[in-house]
Design a protein around this ligand. Structure first.
Ligand SMILES: Nc1ncnc2c1ncn2[C@@H]1O[C@H](COP(=O)(O)OP(=O)(O)OP(=O)(O)O)[C@@H](O)[C@H]1O
Ligand SMILES: [Mg+2]
Length: 264
């Protein structure tokens, strides 16, 4: 049987006394695309940051290709982490650097490639995300969708085996959002990457996911194919998939409407 490329076992995280992750268990297999759904604040970005080694869980294990990165020091984990790319929720481009330098940064930091090779690779990555010719632009000169694509080019600069995308299409218009989904599908097909995408977009889930994991209050409460989810009669799942607002939020909305004189 295929071994998982990522295996998360009983992951627990506290920030001060607040429990943020409450025993996450998740297995991700090579070449699959998994989307993570869940309400704002349920811990999705925290989970991703742990897997890419940017923050440490309080307890539990994160096995990547069999080695537990929570037990390795920075130097020991570097070879594993170098093969993981991350597209951050905020794009996180360095605003004082050109788009080309942003994409080249991981290559300059983690490889001994000669500068002309780095320049060629940078242009290739920008080409893959449809940003040929933009290497000398500053991030501030790009639109939101272009920034996401530039950040995606940087995330794939090191030819990762595993790519994490934290809300890649949030805040983009639906057509640009579909473009980002298509780009993710292209990476999956062309490079057989294992891809984990946090998203709020149900259209994206059906477009790209082999499996969906639903998080709630620091736990993964369900995992299955998009069709499993669509047909589920579990209340939380169907609430998510059929967009039924919960009573707490309806009251809040009514309250807000009443403040602006919009009450029905
Ligand atoms: N560095 C930190 N220090 C303290 N608390 C944190 C930190 N990072 C996240 N949190 C808390 O952890 C919880 C989960 O945050 P996280 O960013 O993982 O949520 P999320 O599911 O990604 O939400 P969203 O959909 O809004 O992006 C929040 O309550 C947040 O306040
Ligand atoms: Mg988040």
């Amino acid at each position: 049987m295929t071994q998982p490329i990522i295996e998360i076992i009983n992951l627990v995280t506290y920030y001060d006394s607040r429990k943020i992750l409450d025993g996450i268990n998740l297995q991700i297999y090579p070449g699959e695309t998994v989307t993570i759904l869940g309400r704002s604040g349920c811990g999705k970005s925290t989970l991703l940051r742990h897997i890419v080694g940017l923050s440490h869980p309080t307890d539990g294990q994160i096995l990547i290709k069999g080695s537990d990165i929570t037990r390795l020091n920075e130097e020991q984990r570097l070879p594993t982490l170098k093969k993981i790319g991350m597209l951050f929720q905020s794009s996180a481009l360095f605003n004082s650097m050109t788009v080309g330098d942003n994409v080249a940064l991981p290559l300059r930091e983690h490889t001994h490639l000669e500068e002309p090779t780095i320049q060629i690779m940078t242009r290739m990555k920008l080409d893959q995300v449809g940003l040929s010719g933009f290497e000398d632009f500053m991030p501030a000169q790009l639109s939101g969708g272009m920034k996401k694509r530039a950040a995606l080019a940087r995330a794939i600069a090191m030819d990762p085996d595993i790519l994490f995308c934290d809300e890649p299409s949030a805040g983009l218009d639906p057509i640009v959002a579909v473009g980002i989904d298509q780009l993710i599908m292209k990476l999956k097909k062309a490079f057989k990457m294992t891809i984990v995408v946090v998203t709020h977009e149900l259209a994206s889930v059906f477009q790209i996911a082999d499996r969906v994991a639903l998080m709630d209050k620091g736990k993964i409460i369900a995992i299955g194919t998009p069709d499993d989810f669509k047909n589920s009669d579990n209340e939380t799942i169907s609430q998510f998939f059929n967009r039924i607002p919960d009573p707490e939020n309806i009251d809040k909305q009514e309250y807000l409407n009443s403040l602006i004189g919009n009450s029905k």
